[in-house]
Design a protein around this ligand. Sequence first.
Ligand code: XIL
Length: 381
Amino acid sequence: MTFHPHQSRAIGAVSLSVPRRAFLTGGAAALALAGEAHADAPASLKALAARTGRVFGAAVSWKQLDDPDFAALVREQCAILTPEWEMKWGAVEATRYEPSYGPAVKIVNFADANGLQVRGHAALWANNLPPWGRNALLARGGDSAALTRLRQILQRFPDLADWDVANEALEPRNGRPDGLRNSALVTALGTNWIARSFFEARKYAPKSKLYYNEYGVDYADQQSEDRRTAVLRLLENLRKQNAPADGLGIQAHLRPGDKPFDAARYRAFLKDVAGLGFEIKITELDIDDKILGPDVASRDARVADETARYLDAALDEPAVMGVLCWGLSDRYSWLRRSKRFGRQDGVAARPLPFDDKMRPKPMYEAIARAFRAAPQSRSPR
Ligand code: XIL
């Protein structure tokens, strides 16, 4: 593997090669992080995570793996990968009865070749559906369309470490007493669709950890509080029914400057989840810098700060078994591609631990430091 001269990053010495300038212009917090990094130079985030019994990883998309610098970074830093798009229904079966698994297989093969785990994402999700699939869910026989999709994707990839069986299924603002999101999946499978999906999933993926994955549970505002309550009700309900669900995935698409964060409240939520016997992973961490000014150094410092206070709280909970970022290098972040999310001012978003040139940013140091301070993990399962 070769690195360009401007990329001083090297395996085993990441923290020693952080460009000093980034820290000198990044404010006091970043300087403190830089100092910390020299105390005990880690090999990688995955190594630091492993010391506490956890995994670190990222979402990747198959074409990104053709970028040799990016692929090297993924190998160096990650112990677990999520296909960002390739296993979603709309990706796999754009045309009915013509499933194509090539892109997903490419990621799984990359993971296998490098000894990495894979999180399947996502078996049932009311978003990213193929248009025909939405119609099928809403039509007579919608239940069998949904269950066929679930069976097909799990049977094709039955050995993955984790599966997100259901994604983003709750929306208290829809006003239903059960907190469910009004969606084509409720229409197709009924109000007990999540539990049903776990029972089905277990048949096809007997060894995977089966996860419920959700967003918007991070902050201290009322909306997030309602979402946490809805998640806890769902998890209690799954336990009551003895549904074979193992874990809660917390997406953690964070946005500093928007809403207050209350570490104690967030910790209490994680403890409640663990108390119900669920393990937890932070599955899609990134920091949307949308409402921060364009200056790179102060943005990077604020992004690192948000990461630090969030992960310091999250990793204090032993049931949190891992952290995955939604991407690894800013270069490929979905927040740079999305029309709906991310900055709208034309300035390139910087939501991830590595910059465009695969160099570690202050956010990298924040993650490293959170792992260093974390207690050993302990799965409640
Ligand atoms: C996003 C991907 O990053 C995009 O490339 C894709 O077009 C849409 O989905 N919550 C999820 C992820 O569970 O699957 C989403 O990923 C981001 C929000």
